[in-house]
Design a protein around this ligand. Structure first.
Ligand code: COA
Length: 176
């Protein structure tokens, strides 16, 4: 990335809710609406990324939201839910990386890696010994990204949203 485009990583504040919501919608649709938009996807994106919902997530003390900026513009964010387990994980001190979203123009430049690194550091400092994430099996790029960052495939749970069930891969990494 040219020097002028150095990425800055910081914790999200209440003022970031609107831009995170819009970037979230954009990346979600790019990633999951690969056959076009249908009702379930439209409902999910408007619900999950409403600015109100995002404000609540940022304000929650159980969740960390980190943003990546280039030239004062939001280009990505990560969201970690502390102390969140999964049936396939026995570690009682696990936390979930719920979202790692980089705007398409800024992918492949190390932004995802930097956000993930910060998310791991934060989770570890707050007592997590393992960070996990689920990836839709249609998301080839993310399926390759996590193993390269040291994540292990721990199982293949299904995920239901808006009455649709999709197969995922669950990845986890021991922290510290
Ligand atoms: C998956 C995702 C988060 C990865 O983020 P990213 O910013 O593209 O990832 P990075 O750039 O950090 O890493 C990708 C590649 O860039 C390389 N890279 C890292 N730093 C770099 C740098 N400074 N300059 C150039 N390349 C770099 C990485 O080594 C990696 O290379 P590789 O593919 O040969 O291993 C991103 O593609 C994304 O947001 N996708 C859509 C949403 C999504 O699927 N999220 C995950 C859902 S679980």
């Amino acid at each position: 990335m040219p020097e002028a485009q150095q990425v800055a990583i910081r914790d999200a504040t209440a003022q970031d809710a609107l831009c995170i919501a819009v970037l979230g919608m954009q990346v979600f649709l790019d990633t999951y609406a690969t056959d076009g938009v249908r009702d379930s996807i439209a409902r999910e994106v408007l619900y999950a990324f409403s600015p109100d919902n995002m404000s609540k997530i940022i304000a929650s003390s159980d969740t960390l939201v980190i943003v990546a900026e280039v030239r004062d513009h939001l280009v990505g964010f990560a969201q970690v839910a502390m102390s969140t387990g999964h049936d396939l994980i026995s570690d009682p001190n696990a936390s979930e990386l719920q979202r790692l979203y980089v705007q398409e123009n800024f992918t492949g430049k190390g932004v995802g890696y930097r956000l993930l690194e910060e998310a791991e550091k934060y989770a570890y400092l707050h007592g997590a010994s393992l960070l996990w994430a689920t990836v839709w099996i249609g998301n080839d790029r993310a399926l390759k990204f996590y193993p390269r960052q040291g994540y292990e495939h721990l199982g293949s749970p299904s995920y239901t949203f808006q009455n649709e069930t999709h197969e995922n891969h669950l990845f986890g990494k021991i922290l510290g």
